[in-house]
Write a new protein. Structure first.
Length: 374
C-alpha cells in the first residue's frame, strides 16, 4: 500500500506539466489518497471553531507520537474510535446520540456512555448517603419509557456522592441494536436512586448536560469499532529513531540533490537505505478537518542491492539467490534485487467527520520503518 501512496503522491506534482494537466493529475492523486484513508470525499471543516473532546485528544496522544505514528499498538482493540455528543439539548437524564456516520461494514466492539458527575449540591443537616445507585436504560418506547416494556436495563452501579469526575457505563448492546435498525434509536434514560432502589427527590447526584455546561463536560458516546481494513503487516511497537522531519511546503518533500551529473549518479551506488519523505496535510488542503497530526514522515527506500548482499541489507533468501544469479549471469533478464520497505508502521489520524464528530482512526502500513533488499 505504501508504495502505491508514494507513487500517487509523486504524480501530484509532475516535473513539466501543463497547467490543466497538473490540476488533473493532482486531483486524481488526491482522490486516490482519500481512498487509502477510506474516504470518498474529504469531510468539510467544522462551520465554527470546535474544541475536540479532551478524551479523544488524550487517547490520540496515548496511542501515537506527535507525527501520528503508532507507539502502542495494543491500546486499541479495533482501528476506529468515534465520539458523539448528546443531541437532546439538555433534557435532564435523557440522552440521544445520532450514529448515522457509522459505516455498515464497521464491527461494533465496545460502546461507552461518558457522563460528567457534578459536585453534589450543598444540603442542610448531616448527609445521610455516601453512595447512590445509577442505572442506564435503553429507551424502547420514547413516549412512555416507564411503562412495562418501555425500557431495558444496560448498566447499573453504585456511585460516590463525594467529588466530581467522569463516569463510564458500557452500553454496547444498545448501540448494536441502533446500528442494525436506525429507527430503534430512542435514546438512553439515566436514573439516580438510593441504595435500596428508593427514589431520591431531589437526586443528590447530577450529571452535566449538553446545554447548561462547558463543552468539555458534555455527555458523550464513545464507540470502538473495526472497519476490516488491514494491511499486509501488523503495527509494530516502537519506532526506530526520530520520526519528526521538517515540512518543506510541498505535497511531498524529499531532500533535493544538487551538483554535477557525475555526483548525482553516485546515488545509484549508495547502498539500500531509508530516506525522508514528508507528507504535509496543510499543503494537501486537509488541515481544516484533520486535528492531528499536521503531517507525517512516510519515508521511502532507495539505493542499490549489489552482490554480495551483506546482512546490513537485510536480504531475504530469495533476494540472495537472485543476486547470485544476476552477478554470475546464469539466466537472462534477471535483475538485481530491489530496495523496498521490509518493516511498515501504522499511523493515526484524529479528525472531524461529515457530522463534525471527532474520530480517531488507525491506518496500517503507512510508514517505512526500515529497508531491505528483496
Amino acid at each position: 500500500m505504501l508504495g502505491t501512496v508514494l507513487l500517487l503522491l509523486a504524480l501530484a506534482k509532475p516535473a513539466c506539466p501543463s497547467p490543466a494537466g497538473a490540476a488533473s493529475r493532482r486531483a486524481e492523486a488526491l482522490k486516490r489518497l482519500l481512498e487509502v484513508f477510506g474516504m470518498e470525499d474529504p469531510p468539510p471543516p467544522p462551520a465554527h471553531f470546535k474544541q475536540p473532546p479532551q478524551y479523544m485528544v488524550d487517547l490520540f496522544n496515548t496511542v501515537a507520537n506527535a507525527d501520528g505514528v503508532t507507539k502502542n499498538p495494543d491500546i486499541l482493540e479495533g482501528n476506529t474510535v468515534r465520539s458523539f455528543l448528546d443531541k437532546t439539548h439538555g433534557e435532564k437524564m435523557r440522552f440521544l446520540f445520532v450514529l448515522s456516520s457509522v459505516a455498515k461494514n464497521e464491527k461494533i466492539l465496545t460502546a461507552e456512555l461518558h457522563l460528567f458527575r457534578l459536585w453534589p449540591r450543598a444540603t442542610d443537616g448531616p448527609k445521610r448517603h455516601h453512595f447512590c445507585q445509577v442505572s442506564v436504560y435503553q429507551v424502547l418506547q420514547k413516549s412512555e419509557p416507564d411503562a412495562p416494556g418501555g425500557k431495558k436495563l444496560l448498566a447499573a452501579r453504585l456511585v460516590s456522592l463525594q467529588g466530581s469526575g467522569w463516569e463510564v457505563f458500557a452500553i454496547t448492546q444498545a448501540v448494536r441494536d441502533w446500528t442494525e435498525d436506525e429507527s430503534s434509536n430512542q435514546g438512553l434514560l439515566v436514573t439516580v436512586q438510593g441504595l435500596g432502589g428508593s427514589p431520591l427527590d431531589p437526586p443528590p447526584l447530577q450529571f452535566a448536560t449538553s446545554r447548561d455546561h462547558h463543552e468539555s463536560k458534555k455527555p458523550m458516546l464513545v464507540l470502538f469499532t473495526d472497519d476490516g481494513r488491514r494491511g499486509a503487516s501488523l503495527p509494530m511497537a516502537g519506532f526506530p529513531g526520530g520520526s519528526h522531519m521538517p515540512w518543506h511546503g510541498s505535497l511531498v518533500s524529499v531532500p533535493k540533490v544538487t551538483g554535477p551529473r557525475s555526483t548525482r549518479s553516485l546515488d545509484r551506488l549508495q547502498p539500500c537505505q531509508r530516506h525522508p519523505l514528508s507528507v504535509d496535510f496543510e499543503e494537501i488542503g486537509w488541515s481544516g478537518w484533520i486535528i492531528s497530526p499536521r503531517g507525517y514522515n512516510a519515508y521511502h527506500c532507495k539505493g542499490s542491492c549489489p552482490f554480495p548482499l551483506g546482512e546490513n541489507m537485510r536480504p531475504t533468501n530469495h533476494a540472495t539467490v537472485q543476486s547470485i544469479i544476476n552477478a554470475l549471469k546464469l539466466s537472462e533478464g534477471v535483475s538485481s534485487p530491489c530496495c523496498v520497505p521490509d518493516k511498515l508502521y501504522s499511523i493515526n489520524l484524529l479528525y472531524f467527520d461529515d457530522d463534525e464528530n471527532v474520530v480517531l482512526k488507525q491506518y496500517d502500513d503507512m510508514v517505512a520503518g526500515s529497508c531491505g533488499c528483496h
